[in-house]
Design a protein around this ligand. Structure first.
Ligand code: DX5
Ligand code: ZN
Length: 206
């Protein structure tokens, strides 16, 4: 599988400049935090709409009750939307809402959540996002144990897009790709130093 790179513009303060600097990437990863599901609050749908890019906008919702808000993010031009299994009682409904508008739906799993929780939904989703840090902030260390989930999912779903998010640099990217990941989210690593070079480095393991 081709490895795709999704820079997390959280590490670039959600600016247009941060988007303009990653033109060679495959998509733009936009972290939405509500101050409730995670302690921090970030940007909302208006910012998703404002950012100008030819790349797909990959919106990661770290918010409670995503079923109430996904339509807002679809309206803002999201190309893919992922939500946390821990944040909703109605995951099927959220997947259905997202896909009914032709947007890709992804389900996210936290490091401490058992992979069994998401297995019933993997036939339906377009991708799965495995958190390799605790959600809420950038710059944390990669939790290697989360790769067991990646391997488990990859074995059962050879063609599913598996995204990983948190602590990804050139070393952890190699481990993740080896385990079965094909979409790498990366913030701190990409936005420090030579951005284009870092994007190339991340794609290397493929
Ligand atoms: C964490 C966010 C990540 C974060 C990744 O809650 O979902 O997307 O920006 O940042 P790094 O690559 O710095 O771990
Ligand atoms: Zn994210």
């Amino acid at each position: 599988m081709n490895v795709k790179v999704a820079p997390s513009i959280l590490a670039g303060n959600f600016t247009q400049d941060a988007v303009d600097k990653v033109k060679s990437a495959d998509m733009i990863h936009i972290d939405i935090m509500d101050g409730e599901f995670v302690p921090t609050k970030t940007v909302w749908a208006d910012l998703v709409a404002e950012l100008e890019t030819d790349l797909p906008k990959d919106v990661h919702l770290m918010i409670m009750n995503p079923e109430e808000y996904v339509e807002e993010f679809i309206g803002a031009g999201a190309d893919s939307i992922s939500f946390h299994i821990e944040a909703t009682d109605v995951p099927e409904a959220v997947i259905g809402l997202i896909q009914s508008k032709g947007v890709k739906a992804g389900i996210v799993i936290n490091p401490e959540t058992s992979v069994e929780k998401i297995m019933p939904f993997l036939e339906e989703v377009d991708f799965v996002l495995v958190m390799s840090v605790h959600p809420g902030k950038g710059g944390q260390s990669f939790i290697e144990k989360t790769l067991d989930k990646v391997k488990f999912i990859r074995e059962k779903f050879p063609n599913l897009d598996i995204e990983i998010d948190g602590g990804i640099d050139e070393e952890t990217a190699k481990l993740a790709v080896k385990a079965g990941v094909n979409i790498l989210v990366s913030g701190t690593y990409i936005y420090s130093g030579d951005i284009e070079k870092k994007i190339r480095e991340l794609r290397k393991p493929s």
